[in-house]
Design a protein around this ligand. Structure first.
Ligand SMILES: Cc1cc2nc3c(=O)[nH]c(=O)nc-3n(C[C@H](O)[C@H](O)[C@H](O)COP(=O)(O)O)c2cc1C
Length: 192
């Protein structure tokens, strides 16, 4: 069921280093986006990816993780992602970042990954110029979002947000808690 998949598809930030993926595994996830909606069907998103450990090691320094966690930030050493997808947009097709398309495509990848047991974390906090240089992107291709991938290696618990407090947090055992707002707090009044 979609609800089960959505509840499992948390933002994972610690991964099992022993589990690696092939280029075909990652391309199969990118392929899902071909069937996603896109504003005026322009399809301006382009993808690069990395699966080799040495390439993943070069991407890692350009990513910002878990801004709300101040100490013992994940991923812990040795638990870094084992693959990445870099989502970009083509400025020849759209001058500004097509954020709705980026979000829809990213969630398509995250759900497709979780369906196969692959954990993911979207990362908007990225060093875009450094990634553009690392991937030798042409001038018209702009980095927008990274999706980190790997076999989940941490416990994440969904909780109900109280008093609008939505900051995620970790306990001493490093279980990660993600408060979600209850339905009655996200519903607006109907037309009067
Ligand atoms: C557009 C977007 C950008 C994000 N950027 C980052 C990021 O730079 N670093 C990070 O650790 N998590 C990032 N996240 C993950 C969020 O922190 C995460 O979705 C949120 O804490 C809720 O957790 P959940 O995904 O498990 O529901 C991002 C999520 C989204 C949707």
């Amino acid at each position: 069921m979609l609800l089960d998949l959505l509840m499992k598809a948390r933002s994972y930030r610690n991964f099992d280093p022993a589990v690696r993926y092939t280029d075909e595994d990652i391309k199969a996830l990118i392929n899902l986006c071909r069937f996603a909606p896109s504003s005026v069907n322009r399809q301006p998103i382009r993808f690069a990816y990395a699966t080799k450990k040495e390439d993943c090691d070069r991407i890692f320094p350009y990513l910002g993780w878990a801004a709300k966690i101040k100490e013992n930030k994940p991923p812990f050493p040795g638990n870094e992602p084992t693959a990445y997808i870099l989502m970009c947009y083509d400025t020849n097709l759209t001058p500004n970042s097509p954020d709705a398309d980026v979000g829809i495509y990213a969630q398509t990848i995250v759900l497709g990954a979780m369906e196969k047991g692959i954990g993911a974390c979207m990362l908007g906090s990225i060093d875009k110029p450094a990634l553009a240089e690392l991937f030798t992107l042409p001038e018209n291709i702009k980095p927008r979002l990274v999706i980190a991938l790997g076999a989940p290696n941490e416990k994440i618990v969904l909780t109900e947000a109280k008093d609008g407090q939505t900051d995620y947090y970790r306990d001493k055992e490093n279980t990660h808690y993600v408060p979600k707002l209850p339905l009655n707090e996200i519903l607006l009044p109907g037309i009067k």
